[in-house]
Design a protein around this ligand. Structure first.
Ligand code: MRU
Length: 353
């Protein structure tokens, strides 16, 4: 995607340095963050400098490459095993992170103790995964755009756009394709408290791309649907169980239930790498719980242009901060994948393989 006329990806690697768009600075400042070690990349994933299922998948693959660069000691296998656990421990819910770590780790470990060869192989593997991530997003965009007709009003939640991927995104990819094809679309962007991925990132992306949109409070969904102001819902996914149950950003479940009530199609967009065949149903998906500070405090821009964090909740109270919820397959009209749109059910999912 282009920012001020220059083409960017969300994340990329050059030798052992990982570069990423700093998503904590957006939408106020556009900055590139550089991470030189695998531990720095792990911190960037944890702190959400890079975030979104697809983007943290790429980040995790790159972190594994950095670990191979750093594994020069007596026991490289031991070091790499520890590094792998550390990367996997950053965020537990998104399947793409585990998928990428496994692929890069296995590719490199086979070549050890030939360090040079191992480095060549892991770099190639991680770059290929990042490229596939981008290509899959294009396919999902092209395929998903068939669901969008001229004049549609689309609700999305969180950020499953190009910042959540290496490029283009999952849920927003069909929107971009429809927009480029000249269809008039209007996107309702739910804020996505507490981190505000909708209000900060999705809104910034859509504005940057010239797509008509309006930010709404997370609690506005029922009102909008009841008033007949939403024609279609598309969100991303962090992990899809073998039966189609889907974990996505907290707040997705209520949107899906409401969509069913108001007869509005509700689609998930995700690449096949997000599907976890070893996970039989949504109950088995581990849901990340994040620091209560994300709920109790908010960061924004002051009138004089400084980023500042302020408390927005009553002092002395505690908060609970689950990052995701699970939408049962029965609420999902379909899953947009890079291989086509399928039903959210075990048989259709298995057919993809
Ligand atoms: O901002 P995150 O990493 O906590 O959110 C995860 C997600 O990216 C969303 O749930 C998204 O819809 C998944 S697809 C990029």
């Amino acid at each position: 995607m282009k920012v001020k006329g220059k083409e960017y990806r969300t994340i990329w690697i050059e030798k052992s340095t990982v570069f990423m768009i700093n998503q904590l600075s957006l939408p106020f400042r556009f900055e590139i963050y550089e991470s030189k070690t695998y531990l720095e990349t792990c911190d960037a994933i944890k702190n959400m400098i890079v975030r979104g299922a697809g983007a943290i998948g790429a980040a995790a693959g790159f972190a594994m490459v950095q670990a191979f660069y750093e594994a020069r000691y007596k026991n490289p296998k031991g070091f790499l095993e520890k590094a792998r656990k550390h990367i996997e421990g950053t965020r537990p819910t998104a399947r793409d992170l585990f998928y990428a770590v496994e692929k890069v780790y296995q590719a490199g470990i086979r070549e050890l103790p030939d360090r040079k060869k191992a480095l060549e192989v892991v770099e190639m593997e991680a770059r290929t995964l990042a490229m596939e991530n981008e290509m899959n997003a294009y396919s999902m965009g092209k395929i998903g755009a068939s669901l969008i007709s001229d004049g549609m009003r689309i609700l999305t939640h969180c950020n499953a756009g190009w910042l959540g991927f290496v490029n283009m995104g999952s849920a927003l990819a069909p929107v971009y394709f429809a927009h480029w094809a000249g269809k008039r679309v209007h996107v309702y962007v739910s804020e996505t408290r507490p981190r505000g991925q909708g209000a900060r990132l999705t809104a910034w992306e859509l504005h940057n791309e010239g797509v008509a949109h309006t930010i709404v409070a997370d609690t506005a969904t029922a009102y909008l649907m009841a008033k007949g102001r939403i024609d279609l819902v598309i969100t991303g996914a962090d992990r899809i169980a073998a039966n189609g149950d889907t974990a996505n950003k907290l707040g997705t479940l209520e949107k899906a239930i409401l969509a069913k009530e108001y007869n509005i199609p509700f689609y998930i967009a995700a690449p096949i790498s997000t599907i976890d065949l070893e996970c039989p149903s949504g109950e088995h998906i581990i849901i990340e719980e994040r620091d209560e500070k994300e709920v109790l405090f908010q960061t924004g821009l002051t009138n004089d242009g400084r980023m500042e964090t302020i408390r927005v909740c009553s002092p002395g109270s505690h908060a609970l901060n689950p990052a995701f919820d699970v939408t049962p397959a029965k609420y999902i009209t379909g899953i947009i994948t890079e291989k086509g749109i399928i039903k959210a059910e075990a048989r259709a999912i298995l057919k993809l393989y």
